[in-house]
Design a protein around this ligand. Structure first.
Ligand SMILES: [Zn+2]
Ligand SMILES: [Zn+2]
Length: 270
């Protein structure tokens, strides 16, 4: 069974390295059916000329290698829209400017005054518990609004805020308190016939985003469309965690995965 990776970055992302050609080579070596090129478009940086130029280059390169590799790999021309709520008009404009195969919807920063920068750059060590609670609550609220109102095909790395607050800064977050809003997020994905991503980039630390219990909740609520993304920021990570993710999903009763071309969902058996 050949897997498809719905989520990768290249040197056209601020935190990525490697070219699309290198991703193609790595995908072939790792026996993938294909992958989506999904460089970052974080909407709080809508004035950043470098990001805008990189998005254009990313699209052109994906288009070029989609053609070159058409007999060997399926390459989806995609984008990861972060924080669409920060600037919905900009997000819409970017999506309409290119002929994308797939749009990822993500939240990497939340709408809290003075702390609306990406959570990857915030030091959460010294905040009181009450702020941590407010911050995580706002993350889920922002993701819910994104899931309900933004334009996307795949909702990405649900619970990623915990990568920083819990795994990096060792703060305590009781996830149970947030289950009602997580449930609403999953229902929005299902109702709009979108797809939930299982992000495997945390596999080295032993976790998926979201975790198994939330994937089970998605299934219980009627969720069928699901996909795997390694969120590779380097070509060598193109298959990181995908086999483990596929095994987990099979064990939970999912027997097919989704990827996108021309923004239409396609499925394959696992
Ligand atoms: Zn992301
Ligand atoms: Zn990403």
């Amino acid at each position: 069974m050949k897997l498809f990776n719905c989520h990768t970055h290249t040197l056209f992302s601020h935190d990525g390295k490697g070219t699309i050609e290198e991703l193609c080579c790595s995908a072939e070596e790792n026996n993938l059916s294909g992958f989506a090129v999904t460089d970052h478009c974080d909407c709080e940086f809508s004035e950043d000329k470098t990001m805008l130029r990189n998005l254009s280059l990313s699209y052109k390169e994906a288009e070029k290698f989609k053609e070159i590799y058409k007999d060997k790999l399926i390459i989806s021309k995609g984008i990861e829209i972060g924080e669409a709520l920060f600037n919905p008009g900009f997000a819409e404009n970017i999506i309409n400017s290119y002929d994308y195969d797939v749009i990822l919807g993500s939240v990497h920063a939340v709408r809290i005054e003075n702390f609306d920068m990406p959570f990857s750059v915030i030091d959460f060590t010294a905040f009181p518990d009450s702020f941590i609670d407010r911050y995580v609550t706002q993350y889920f609220e922002d993701l819910l609004e994104t899931a309900q109102s933004s334009d996307y095909d795949i909702l990405c790395h649900l619970t990623v805020v915990l990568r920083y607050i819990v795994y990096k800064y060792k703060r305590n977050v009781g996830i149970n308190k947030h289950l009602p809003v997580i449930s609403e997020i999953l229902k929005a994905v299902i109702k709009r016939d979108k797809t939930l991503e299982v992000n495997t980039s945390g596999i080295g630390d032993g976790y998926f985003m979201p975790e198994k219990d939330i994937i089970m909740l998605y299934k219980t609520l009627g969720g069928k469309r699901i996909t795997l993304g390694s969120d590779a920021h380097s070509p060598s990570d193109i298959k990181k965690g995908l086999n483990e993710g596929a095994e987990l999903l099979k064990s939970l009763g999912f027997n097919e995965l989704t990827f996108y071309e021309e923004r239409k969902p396609k499925t394959y058996k696992i």
